[in-house]
Write a protein that binds this ligand. Structure first.
Ligand code: SF4
Length: 628
């Protein structure tokens, strides 16, 4: 039932003294949009606590764009931490928005960002706390329209029963259009079903209730989705792609939080999309084409430092050092902030594009740790995954970094990649050892040199819409054996090895592979207490296993099952524009160890996104771009 819109701050205030970090629940931060008079009200929810959700760039962009639209007001919502959620249930306080402390269930539209699979139980928790029916099919006519978007909607079937509509791709323009569509439908007195039909005509929008799941001999055991007869919806919903990325606001984050947040820095998105073509990488396939922000716009955006008081500028993207004007941007930004104590950072560095200038320019005077992601130890396996990084690239990047003052090097790898053997595991240690030796050669030996190398190893998760989507995940027992192999063959105690939790990766793989039936598992896991699954201290593998057992599912069997190349997949009805034929070709090339070049450096490799969506790579400076 739709709750009335009213300020309920007086109901949450008495609880603040009884919870950890009460500032998570305070509104009126500097830069927040105070005027919230609608008449159409949207709540953008990030399904985690404030300090994790507030830095999210997507939420900031949509918040600004919706508040700029005539007649639309947009507030933010976050999930209360477990202490506050328990008190709210005890006191009968529903989930509230931040700006006006209004019940989330009183909004016209409630939008969620799905940043990763492990947030799925938090969405159930948020809907339950809000008093909104968890399944879209159980909602009343005037209940909020609940929508979702974000990087992890590319196999949205397991979460789709919770949503009235799913946005695929860039949200800047599409979310405003979706809200306008709902607003017009409400104003015209349309039924909920008619509004959903209207939404399905907005490009990039998938309405799950208008598709039925079919399981037959052409599909996996999870079936595929097809349009329900008479709905007129497309067989395949194509994503939305924003061509004029360069024209967007480079500084969407205008709010200064009261509480320390996870990425407490001025973030500037310098480019969107990546055409490197790593075969495991979902973002690399789903965010194409590549669109760069010109250097002038990035450098000019540093004015945000004055507005927010941050002491760090972070140049964010999937692969920042690939920006055709990256060295120029770094040089200019550093010149502008010299002497102010502000540092310029990049989240992680491509090994083949991290040159001498960048090694000198990143991090300011005080160099901390530097992160590189070779992903695989051997050249053979790097060719299989299309990493297009050589041993020489790694050695040169490490030497550049050490010579320019860096001392701590973190290297990211994956375990369980298709075709991986024990030799590839041992090769991870060989890379780390070489980097360590380069550091000692440049800086000198001994504990005072400060040189350290750490390697972090995650378990490969096969993701939808990637060339590796047909692969199975490595079983837990084999993961543990390979982890031991890595430990025992580590040549030097100065190399520190850490692992990403393999059990979390297993749940990620299960949710990445299942179809709509996966929602039963999510719901059962939540009923057994699963939430905040991305938090190490909250994740309970045992509860997920119990939920699976109750439903007669074997999690390991689901995650490790390879998929035949020619069957229909649970996500085939949604498309980022990259064709299935291209992914199949890339899967075969992977098996042969043949690499595919980056289309922004050489010519078009035929992924299909440009002709399908009528878009193109937009490079600010000098890369060699070609098209079909
Ligand atoms: S269609 Fe060609 S140019 Fe466009 S992103 Fe794909 S490979 Fe690159």
């Amino acid at each position: 039932m739709r709750l009335p819109r009213q300020d309920c701050y007086d109901r949450i205030e008495p609880l603040l003294a009884r919870v950890e970090k009460p500032s998570r629940y305070l509104d009126h931060e500097w830069g927040a949009v105070e005027r919230q008079d609608g008449p159409f009200h949207v709540c953008m929810m990030y399904p985690d606590v404030y300090e994790v959700g507030q830095p999210n760039m997507g939420i900031a962009i949509l918040y600004n764009n919706l508040n700029a639209a005539e007649g639309i007001s947009c507030e933010r919502g976050f999930l209360p931490w477990v202490d506050m959620a328990a008190l709210m249930r005890e006191e009968g306080v529903p989930l509230l928005s931040l700006e006006t402390s209004s019940p989330v269930a009183s909004f016209d539209v409630v939008g969620f960002t799905l940043a990763h699979e492990m947030a799925c139980t938090n969405i159930v928790e948020a809907l339950d706390l809000a008093g909104i029916a968890i399944r879209a099919e159980d909602r009343d006519e005037d209940d909020p329209i609940v929508i979702v978007g974000g990087p992890s909607v590319w196999n949205c079937e397991p979460v789709s029963p919770m949503f009235d509509a799913v946005l695929l791709g860039d949200g800047e323009e599409a979310v405003v259009e979706m809200c306008e569509c709902v607003r017009a439908g409400r104003a015209a007195g349309e039924s909920r079903r008619q509004i959903l039909l209207d939404l399905s005509r907005v490009q990039g929008v998938y309405v799950p209730s208008l598709y039925e799941v079919v399981v037959d001999e052409t599909s996996t055991r999870w079936g595929y989705a097809r349009p329900i007869e008479g709905t007129g919806v497309p067989d395949v919903v194509l994503k939305r792609s924003l061509q004029d990325f360069a024209g967007t606001d480079p500084l969407p984050q205008k709010i200064v939080p009261y509480v320390g947040i996870v990425q407490d820095r001025l973030a500037i998105e310098v480019l969107r999309g990546c055409a490197r073509g790593c075969r495991f990488c979902q973002a690399g396939m789903t965010y194409r084409p590549v669109r760069e922000r010109p250097a002038e716009a990035v450098v000019e955006a540093k004015r945000g430092l004055v507005a927010t008081g941050h002491d760090e500028v972070s140049l964010t993207s999937l692969s920042t050092t690939d920006h055709s004007e990256c060295a120029r941007i770094l040089h200019q930004l550093n010149a502008d902030v010299r002497g102010t104590g502000v540092r310029v950072s990049i989240p992680s560095q491509r090994l083949d594009s991290f040159g001498v200038e960048m090694a000198a320019e990143v991090g300011g005077a005080k160099k901390g740790g530097l992160t590189f992601a070779p992903e695989a130890g051997s050249q053979r396996l790097r060719d299989v995954i299309n990493k297009n990084v050589t041993d020489e690239n790694i050695d040169l990047a490490a030497r550049n970094a050490f010579e320019n003052g860096w001392r701590r090097m973190k290297l990211y790898f994956m375990m369980g990649l298709p075709t991986e053997t024990d030799d590839d595991i041992v090769a991870i240690n060989e890379v780390a050892d070489r980097v360590l030796e380069i550091g000692r050669d440049v800086v000198g030996k001994g504990p005072k040199s400060g040189v350290s190398v750490s390697i972090s190893v995650a378990v490969f998760v096969p993701k939808a819409h990637t060339p590796f989507q047909w692969s199975g995940q490595l079983g837990l027992e084999e993961v543990r054996r390979r982890q031991q192999l890595l430990l025992h063959t580590c040549p030097d105690h100065a190399i520190k090895i850490s692992y990403h939790d393999a059990e979390v990766s297993l749940i990620e793989a299960v949710l990445s592979k299942m179809g709509r039936a996966g929602f039963d598992l999510i719901l059962e896991a939540w009923r057994r207490g699963c939430k905040f699954d991305a938090w190490t201290d909250q994740f309970s593998f045992e509860r997920w296993c119990e939920a699976a057992r109750a439903l007669g599912l074997d999690l390991e069997e689901i995650a490790s099952a390879p998929i035949p190349l020619d069957v229909r997949l649970p996500w085939d009805h949604t498309s980022p524009g990259v064709s299935k034929g291209f992914l199949q070709r890339e899967w075969r090339r992977a098996a042969e160890g043949v690499t595919t070049p980056d289309c922004t450096m050489e010519s078009c490799t035929g992924c299909g996104v440009c002709p399908t969506l009528g878009v193109e790579n937009r490079i600010a400076g000098d890369r060699h771009v070609g098209h079909e």
